[in-house]
Design a protein around this ligand. Structure first.
Ligand SMILES: *[C@@H]1O[C@H](CO)[C@@H](O)[C@H](O)[C@H]1NC(C)=O
Ligand SMILES: *[C@@H]1O[C@H](CO)[C@@H](O)[C@H](O)[C@H]1NC(C)=O
Ligand SMILES: *[C@@H]1O[C@H](CO)[C@@H](O)[C@H](O)[C@H]1NC(C)=O
Ligand SMILES: *[C@@H]1O[C@H](CO)[C@@H](O)[C@H](O)[C@H]1NC(C)=O
Ligand SMILES: *[C@@H]1O[C@H](CO)[C@@H](O)[C@H](O)[C@H]1NC(C)=O
Ligand SMILES: *[C@@H]1O[C@H](CO)[C@@H](O)[C@H](O)[C@H]1NC(C)=O
Ligand SMILES: *[C@@H]1O[C@H](CO)[C@@H](O)[C@H](O)[C@H]1NC(C)=O
Ligand SMILES: [Zn+2]
Length: 453
């Protein structure tokens, strides 16, 4: 019976989903609004984004990767890899062997990026396809000697309008056609840091601005005739949590600055001891109860944050809302970077277009699952990665997907159908068995022997 149901449904899917014209290559626009915490969607109003979702899909929580910072998470989305495997392990890095430094202001050395191959590079290696980018981290770097055919050097002062204008222009009139494009915007991250996510009034204003930008994006795509055929994913790199001046961890109270180099500070500190690792570790270990201190070899496996030379010998992980400082006052009212199992660190994902269902809600996926899904949409062979394509099947029109409530529904439905069929068969059999005596009677009638007993 199960087989029958599956056959029935796969038939349905092939007949109804088969119209996606394979003549034109699918196009995908990947959009990130930095620091868009998943539950902003429940706690604030987003009329434009909600319209987008109504006609598309929503994933309420995207479990991102540790550490929950901007550069590492943006690179995980486009490679499907954990940080230890793609090599962008923080916004601030130091490589002991080459003595190179990386920071968000000094990120253009391909050395840092070449441990992975981002999707815009893979897309461009396909014949007759190009990629375009409006500011996504890494898109202005020649990774494996390749930049997107169309890109912008990073500058926070370029307006959303200009980024949108140029990316849509590239999507419309390029040869070979742009089939993969990215668009990045700094809000609501910047305001989340400045005001803290619990500042309802300021966050309301900023999130309304973000929603208006989404409205502008959809409007532009409609005006240009791109809306119906373009797949659009709107997502983010991480969430945001409230910090407090009462939740400071001052390393200077525990250890002399001269005994270590601080590669990254908060909320995950990367510590490179100068002489004696054990000594530094022992001092930090007892420094503050709101901070976990790990030797590199003891970092919990669930973080997938260990097997890379750029991860320093000791890392410190502050508890949610706590800030690590060097004898300073609180630097920001909101922050991220914390444990990726905290829901405050999770972003969301919404998507719209011919590849996606309409009006479908899904509770959770991992951020590394986005990459194999994008490769599927673009018809690209994914590089080895840590994502699972199966996790996103329910979002896609050309996939067979089943979850528990649906499975129960289908089984009950199938039982009803079978019962009805059985009843019908019984009734039919009864009907079929009735005419026989009649025909005999008719014969008898012909014999002029009436219906008398
Ligand atoms: C199938 O595709 C054709 C052209 O590509 C389109 O005109 C038609 O409306 C589509 N039908 C369905 C059911 O989507
Ligand atoms: C690539 O595009 C050119 C011109 O648009 C066309 O002549 C050629 O057949 C295309 N190649 C493939 C493999 O689609
Ligand atoms: C956007 O396109 C315009 C017109 O082609 C160009 O002058 C401008 O430099 C582009 N902006 C960026 C940031 O690349
Ligand atoms: C980006 O900056 C580099 C170095 O300043 C410059 O050579 C290049 O032309 C710029 N690229 C774009 C697309 O603006
Ligand atoms: C912290 O800084 C103040 C001055 O800003 C200085 O007086 C104090 O000694 C410092 N404390 C530590 C532990 O370094
Ligand atoms: C490092 O410090 C620990 C604890 O203070 C000490 O036992 C050990 O001998 C030191 N090791 C070296 C190589 O100095
Ligand atoms: C993640 O994927 C990479 C590439 O396939 C692989 O080398 C690595 O072992 C994977 N990590 C985990 C934790 O499975
Ligand atoms: Zn960010």
């Amino acid at each position: 019976m199960k087989l029958l149901v599956i056959l029935l449904f796969s038939g349905l899917i092939t007949c109804c989903g088969g119209n996606s014209s394979h003549s034109l290559p699918s196009k995908l626009l990947l959009v990130s609004f930095d620091g868009f915490r998943a539950d902003y969607l429940q706690n604030y109003e987003f009329p434009h984004l909600q319209n987008f979702i109504k006609e598309g899909v929503l994933v309420e929580h995207v479990k991102n990767v540790f550490i929950t910072k901007t550069f590492p998470n943006h690179y995980s989305i486009v490679t499907g890899l954990y940080e230890e495997s793609h090599g962008i392990v923080a916004n601030s890095m130091y490589d002991v062997i080459t003595k190179k430094h990386f920071s968000d202001f000094d990120d253009k050395d391909p050395f840092w990026w070449n441990e992975a191959v981002p999707i815009w590079v893979t897309n461009q290696l396909q014949e007759n396809r190009s990629s375009a980018a409006a500011m996504w981290p890494g898109t202005d770097v020649p990774i494996h000697n390749t930049t997107p055919s169309y890109f912008m050097n990073y500058s926070s002062s370029v307006s959303f309008e200009e980024r949108l204008n140029n990316i849509t222009m590239w999507l419309m009139n390029s040869n070979p056609p742009v089939t993969f494009a990215t668009l990045y915007w700094e809000e609501p991250d910047a305001s989340g840091h400045k005001y803290g996510p619990e500042d309802k009034e300021n966050m309301y204003r900023v999130l309304k601005e973000v929603d208006d930008l989404i409205g502008e994006l959809v409007h532009r795509l409609k005006v240009l005739g791109l809306w119906e055929n373009l797949n659009v994913i709107i997502t983010s790199d991480h969430g945001m949590t409230q910090c407090s001046k009462d939740k400071l961890i001052n390393l200077d109270l525990c250890i002399d600055r001269s005994s270590y180099t601080l590669v990254d500070l908060t909320p995950v500190a990367a510590v490179l001891p100068k002489i004696n690792t054990t000594e530094v570790y022992n001092k930090l270990k007892v420094c503050n109860p709101h901070m976990n201190v790990y030797l590199k070899e003891d970092i919990p496996a669930r973080f997938h944050y260990q097997h890379n030379d750029r991860i320093q010998p000791i890392i410190l992980v502050a508890d949610e809302g706590w800030t690590i400082v060097l004898n300073k006052s609180l630097p920001k009212l909101g922050d991220h970077g914390y444990d990726n199992s905290l829901s405050s660190m999770h972003p969301f994902l919404a998507a719209h277009g011919p590849a996606f269902h309409k009006g479908y809600k899904h509770s959770t996926i991992n951020s590394v699952d986005i990459y194999p899904m994008m490769c599927h949409i673009l018809g690209l062979k994914p590089h080895p990665n840590n994502g699972t394509f199966g996790h996103t099947k329910c979002l896609l029109v050309d996939q067979w997907c089943i979850n528990l409530p649906e499975a129960i529904g289908i089984v009950i439905g199938a039982l009803l159908v079978l019962t009805t069929l059985t009843c019908l068969i019984i009734i039919m059999q009864n009907r079929l068995s009735v005419p026989r005596p009649f025909s005999r009677l008719q014969l008898q009638e012909d014999d002029d022997d009436p219906l008398i007993e």
